[in-house]
Design a binder for this molecule. Sequence first.
Ligand code: HEM
Length: 421
Amino acid sequence: MTSLSAAAAAATTAAAASRLLPSVTASAARLSYRSSVSISSLRSSPLLSRIFLPQKSSLRRLSTGRIGYSTVSPPKCAASDPDQLKSAREDIKELLKTKFCHPILVRLGWHDAGTYNKNIEEWPQRGGANGSLRFEVELKHGANAGLVNALKLLQPIKDKYSNVTYADLFQLASATAVEEAGGPKIPMKYGRVDVTAPEQCPEEGRLPDAGPPSPASHLRDVFYRMGLNDKEIVALSGAHTLGRSRPDRSGWGKPETKYTKDGPGAPGGQSWTVQWLKFDNFYFKDIKEKKDEDLLVLPTDAALFDDPSFKEYAEKYAADQDAFFKDYAEAHAKLSNLGAKFDPPEGFSLDDSSPKGQPEKFVAAKYSTGKRELSDAMKQKIRAEYEAIGGTPDKPLQSNYFLNIIIVIAVLAFVTSFVMN
Ligand code: HEM
């Protein structure tokens, strides 16, 4: 075979492979990391890079679902705009000062996220924090009674900030409400993509019932389905330190008590704690004592001190507010991410100086043959390389070993033809 025909054969093989399976370039990239032959070394050869790597600007499907041009540099736009989110946070703080709506905003965030089913992989069928709760069909689910009022409070803020998604706004409002009520700082990330149509709402029945026949096992059924554990169930239940239950909404609680008859906010309902606008550990202290007729204890609240595994945490949180705050903050952040699709995929923090926030945690072994932790510069480089071929490091594209071998043979044939000349 002449060097020309060898080169042509190599190129044809590679091109055919690319046509057969679009992920072939991704497979090549993965192989290159695994075998320590970096994409950069391919790129250093202009001809090879033209054959095996897509060019820096390529037409592909963007994470927003649209088709457009993207570049290897990190995406400049995200599902929500960080500056707008920060302004929205200030507006939420103002809203809280005048409406005292901390509890219902926390409940809104929880009910958007709490539909998540870890056994369903597809988004948005898996449910979770995707803004679906804004649609009437989901607001009408029995468990969501009254939450239309929370949506009405947030809608003017949503209208003001067109580049903030509902999914982010709901979670931002919830975390801000906890923090403004004196609770812990929640390590939140943002960039949640919204569902776009009511047909994408989850079916009714994914949220917990307050009075099931067997409360502890019901809580486990529902929260384990979300991928949460006993500690997280107990910590998250501590959010009932805020707010009230109203018989005309959920059917639970008294129409009013001495703690709620004068508001603040709309009067009435029955609270779990005396100071129901303060985020503290009194929920655990009060349901443990069960002494005050004017304070609410739902069957699912009582289960936290009846079930031996739950009780361990409930006792700890009743005795130690710092322990509660620490576990609550972690569990709340986890809850707020359930089922969410992030753009950029690693999300971003509002409290980080870098525009993209916290970088994702890379597992070195997945991307290099050595087991050492990768340097930040290398992680950035790997991310850019993956994005250039339409993937992300956290979701590597499917590998096809047969095609990988063909590519290696093609490269060898090509290089040999050069050497022979
Ligand atoms: C463990 C299972 C849970 C059950 C059975 C449950 C049930 C309920 C019920 C029946 C209400 C009264 C709603 C009304 O009548 O307006 C309520 C309110 C509330 N829930 Fe839960 N909940 C659970 C978990 C959670 C979690 C995990 C959070 C947050 C992380 C949360 C936050 C709240 C808040 C803040 C309120 C007060 C809302 C207001 O005052 O408007 N709940 N919950």
